[in-house]
Design a protein around this ligand. Structure first.
Ligand code: SF4
Length: 498
């Protein structure tokens, strides 16, 4: 058959999405806003002195020269991860070194380019382009950018549009999710699960109950696009939708009346579908107002004052009791590996009505050595930060996403365990929280001898003391008989933005 005819046939086979009447009635009410984020894209405006005059000082002349020298070389910082900042975030960065570090490119970040282009081989989990299906949950790449870009981003390959090798050996950029393909997959999966008594007949997986809109940041899409995703998923029998976003830090004005009107109309139309906002605040400087001396502003009673637009966005979200608002963030070197900052972040986020969900250990992205904090240091700092927090403020756990599933860094001892060789310097206890296949291994632990320099599981391979979770022997997962036949490994990890 001629190529043209093949292409025609493929186009003809593509699923077409037709909204239901209920859905269309909701979509017809949605209004968009023209937002002015005043974004500076890339380093060229700083090299060519084309950035607004007051923003030029974001990079010193010396920094500009050093970054310019790297342009086009293997150490080009923009080749690794595109540079981007909003006016709002720039204003915060004026008074905050940690915030500068989040978005400001540095020649140091490409000193050592060790790391993986696709940590966790995420594409192994993509049955449809733009969807990662793991557990009972789907994660979708709905867009490949954010309003600003974090230098340590775990999605650098998506945001930089890098070519990624797939499971079958083909090489291509990661594609974005499209409503017809995704909803067709979700419906087909769930129908098979239902017909087979609650488990997929081939993979053993449960119903796809929960979908996370991710990317990039879904909140850079306009309201109409977000609404189209929400209603299409609701019509596909999805029970719970998460929106992973850092927009409240980068551009809180995005959470405006039109957005909340859309959200309210969605809830009126689909009251049975849960909505969760997975926010990404790394440091209290992203939420709290500072004076000109860079001190946090407090009122006469000592309450910290939130940045007005951020506080407004947070209050509007939280007051909708049907929405849950959670924070999750990695612990990154020279940004929030700081006990006081972590404590204040957790305290203030809870005071505003949010929940502290996870802190993450960094993954082995390209150039991870510039950003990652050793596992034991991250746990110790988080634990210290939670001393003095109340039980409802200190819910967050430290998670490291093992290939087998999400794993908590549960405890560390400073003393040896009597009678346990290998524990002379103390031990680290990991606890499996979620499992790719099912839930039978949840709660199982693994104990390793300490290694203060460890940034990943590999660094403990020579000191495993006890491993009922199978973190160092995950072939037994596929030998258990419970594994889906096509389960690939390893498992994908998750960023602060999921
Ligand atoms: S970490 Fe999240 S907000 Fe930051 S650039 Fe990556 S996806 Fe965007």
């Amino acid at each position: 058959m001629a190529d043209k005819e093949v292409a025609k046939e493929q186009v003809a086979k593509k699923p077409v999405y037709v909204p239901t009447d209920r859905e269309q009635a909701f979509l017809d009410t949605v209004e968009d806003t023209r937002h002015q984020r005043e974004i500076i894209n890339g380093l060229t405006p700083f090299f060519n002195e084309k950035a607004p005059e007051d923003m030029m000082s974001f990079y010193t002349e010396d920094e500009v020269v050093k970054l310019q020298v790297l342009k086009g070389t293997e150490r080009d910082v923009e080749g690794r991860m595109p540079v981007k900042i909003t006016r709002h975030y720039f204003e915060l960065a004026r008074k905050s070194k940690p915030i500068q570090r989040i978005v400001k490119a540095s020649p140091d970040e490409t000193n050592d380019m060790a790391g993986s282009e696709d940590p966790g081989n995420q594409m192994d989990y993509a049955p449809v382009e733009g969807l990662l299906h793991k557990y009972e949950m789907g994660l979708m790449y709905v867009v490949s950018t954010c309003s600003a870009h974090c230098r340590f981003c775990y999605r650098e390959e998506l945001i930089a549009r890098k070519d990624i090798e797939r499971h079958d050996g083909t090489v291509a950029k990661k594609g974005l999710a499209k409503i017809p393909e995704i909803t067709a997959y979700v419906r087909a999966h769930n129908e098979l699960v239902k017909a087979n008594g609650g488990r997929h007949p081939e993979t053993g997986r449960e119903k796809l109950r929960e979908i996370l809109l991710s990317g990039g940041d879904p909140m850079v899409l306009n309201n109409s696009k977000i609404a189209a995703w929400l209603s299409a998923l609701a019509e596909s029998d999805v029970e719970s939708i998460r929106i992973g976003t850092k927009e409240m830090a980068f551009y809180p004005q995005r959470f405006d009346d039109n957005f909340f009107a859309m959200l309210d109309r969605f809830h009126e139309t689909y009251p049975e579908v849960a909505v969760h906002f997975m926010l990404h605040f790394e440091h209290p400087d992203e939420i709290l107002d500072k004076d000109d001396d860079e001190n946090y502003v407090q009122d006469s009673q000592g309450f910290y004052q939130w940045i007005p637009d951020t506080g407004h966005a947070m209050r509007e979200l939280v007051k909708r009791g049907w929405v849950s608002v959670q924070n999750q963030t990695p612990i990154i070197k020279d940004i929030n590996d700081d006990v006081d900052a972590l404590r204040l972040l957790q305290r203030e986020f809870k005071r505003a009505g949010g929940e502290n969900h996870y802190f993450f250990c960094g993954r082995d992205i390209v150039a991870y050595k510039a950003f990652n904090v050793p596992i034991e240091e991250a746990w110790t700092k988080l634990n210290e930060s939670q001393k003095g927090l109340s039980g409802i403020e200190n819910h967050a756990r430290l998670s490291i996403t093992h290939y087998k599933g999400k794993t908590e860094v549960n405890a560390i001892t400073n003393e040896p365990i009597p009678g346990l060789p290998g524990s002379e310097n103390g031990v680290v206890i990991f606890k499996l929280l979620r499992n790719a296949l099912d839930a039978p291994d949840r709660g199982k632990v693994c104990i390793v001898g300490r290694n203060p320099d460890a940034v990943w599981f590999d660094d403990y391979e020579d000191r495993v003391l006890f491993d009922e979770a199978g973190l160092f022997d995950y072939t037994r997962v596929t030998e258990s008989g419970k594994a889906p036949k096509n389960l690939p490994s390893p498992m994908p990890g998750i960023t602060g933005c999921q």
